[in-house]
Ligand binder design. Sequence first.
Ligand SMILES: [Zn+2]
Length: 300
Amino acid sequence: MKTFLSLLTLLLATLAGHAKLNVVATLPDYAAIAKEIGGDRIDVTSLAKGPEDAHFVDAKPSFIRVLNKADILLEGGADLEIGWLPSLVANARNSKILPNGSGHVVLSENVKLIGVPTGPVDRSMGDVHPAGNPHYAMDPVNGKFMAERITQVLSRLDSANAAFYQSNNERFALRLDQKVTDWKRRLEPYRGAKVITYHRTFDYFLERFGFELVGTIEPKPGLEPSPTHINALMSRTKEQGVKLVIAEPFRPRRTPEYVADRIGAKMLVLPDKVGAVKNVTDYFGLFDYTVTQVETALKN
Ligand SMILES: [Zn+2]
């Protein structure tokens, strides 16, 4: 009877109040941060799955139905989703998530981007970072700016729960500050270590924790490597004492393994986002895992 009454109370409260905000994120990272702020008072879905390349997500027709019901769309921006998102949004028939709609959020607007080109960029040449590097979620400090923006939009569209969102945001920022201090302390002994990455996915992480990126397997973001590029990369970095060659889980391993082997570095597969590897299920876990992997690889 008691259970029945509490269920009834919950039902009446739901009917009297309003439905939960339905938040759709393009990537699991944005969904994970939204979850930290909204808790069980919002519904959150990510379109991309953790193991996918964020630039080339498989745009399933079912995404259109998901977007049609969204109150809020969280996108990374800086052209990260330009290859797959705009046509989905255009077909979703949902004015809330159109550019300038009440629930359309471009998270890059709250972040200082690195790698913004100073000259003209030709996308036909394969550069998928024409607006600067869009992988800013890999700096945990940027997580605070993203959370701040998400808190603003949740509070605006669901003012009844604004105090709840704001207190979650404060707690999230505090916990992140403490974790960043800890992650920095653990990686401090390896400051200045030289690394090569497959794509410019980890630039923000490397900059935050004091590593030096000396080259990439890709000649340009989004362009597959040629043997000429790989040979030039190896001869340029062979004598530099490069410690790590880092690739995301979805990349082919052969070339980065070959390069690592030839220049005497270690090959490391690191998650580029939440869900990219097993057990990385939230935003803190993304860095706990990454820091541990880097620390372990450099310790020996
Ligand atoms: Zn990229």
